[in-house]
Write a protein that binds this ligand. Structure first.
Ligand SMILES: Cc1cc(Nc2nc(/C=C/c3ccccc3)nc3cc(N4CCN(C)CC4)ccc23)n[nH]1
Length: 274
């Protein structure tokens, strides 16, 4: 009966997948259908404590309304006295960040495919007036075919111990954000440049010892490309057209998808059999 809301009794809970700031994410299976999902548990007292009702409500309304192959779907939610449960699509491949750290960097084919998938997902979001999907490697998952899924846990998930600085990192923020100016969807284009650099070199371009130094490098666009035979001139060209201070001068999502490096290297089906 589609209208009867789910409850915890409808699910068999599996292993914890990760620990968020407001609770954990578990592998789970719907008892009747054996349909596998990821169940995100958020503790109500945490939401009350940080006064995050509206943000959570907005996050859930947005995520339920988005339907795109590169955006992790939120099927629905239910709650009990002390917890809210989000029923999320399960991505079998795990965190893209894991793949990046395992291999040190991605191939140009993988990187171009993921940048193309992200551009398509962001173009879809911008088309629905949804911006700043907080895209950073921690929020990117892979499905069983290696297709990228923006998980956008939204709750600046502490994620695992892989990168403690993650939650506080400025690495992915555009100049207008770190300078606290008002920002529009062009911040996402900036972040694509950061991600493309990190996919190919293994670390973000403005990484520094302290947040202060990262801040200075971002606002100065202190960008340099280490000598690396695996990174083509076209890739550097795309990155240089995204990491531009003036938001209006950054390559648009459409232009990104038409860029020679993307056209030449991205897998049109968006899957990267690793
Ligand atoms: C919402 C969701 C998660 C998800 N799938 C997975 N999430 C997380 C880690 C999740 C997480 C959650 C909160 C905070 C930090 C991490 N780790 C995963 C690890 C996975 N494996 C199986 C594949 N192996 C290569 C790596 C370990 C598979 C799916 C994973 N699908 N949908």
């Amino acid at each position: 009966d589609p209208e009867k809301p789910f409850s915890l009794a409808d699910f068999e809970i599996g292993r914890p997948l990760g620990k968020g700031k407001f609770g954990r994410v578990y592998l789970a299976r719907e008892v009747k259908s054996h349909f596998v999902v990821a169940l995100k548990v958020i503790f109500k007292e945490q939401i009350e404590k940080y006064k995050l009702h509206h943000q959570l409500r907005r996050e859930m309304e947005i995520q339920t309304s988005l339907r795109h192959p590169n955006i992790l779907h939120l099927y629905g939610w239910f709650d009990d006295d002390e917890r809210i449960f989000l029923i999320l699509e399960y991505a079998h491949g795990g965190e893209l960040y894991g793949l990046l750290k395992e291999n040190g960097h991605l191939t140009e084919q993988q990187a171009a495919t993921y940048i193309s998938s992200l551009s398509q997902a962001l173009a879809y979001c911008h088309g629905k007036c949804v911006i700043h999907r907080d895209i950073k490697p921690e929020n990117l998952l892979l499905d069983h075919e290696g297709r990228l899924k923006i998980a956008d846990f939204g709750w600046s998930v502490q994620s695992s111990n892989k990168r403690k600085t993650m939650c506080g990192t400025l690495d992915y923020l555009a100049p207008e954000m770190v300078e606290n100016k008002d920002h529009d969807h062009a911040v996402d284009n900036w972040t694509l440049g950061i991600l493309c650099y990190e996919f190919l070199y293994g670390n973000p371009p403005f990484e520094a010892e302290s947040q202060k130094d990262t801040f200075k490098r971002i606002v100065k666009i202190d960008l340099s490309f280490p000598d690396n035979p695996n990174v083509s001139a076209e890739a550097k060209n795309l990155i240089s057209q995204l990491l531009v201070k003036d938001p209006s001068k950054r390559l648009s999502l459409t232009k990104i998808m038409q860029h020679p490096w993307i056209v030449k290297n991205a897998d049109p089906k968006g899957v990267c059999l690793i």
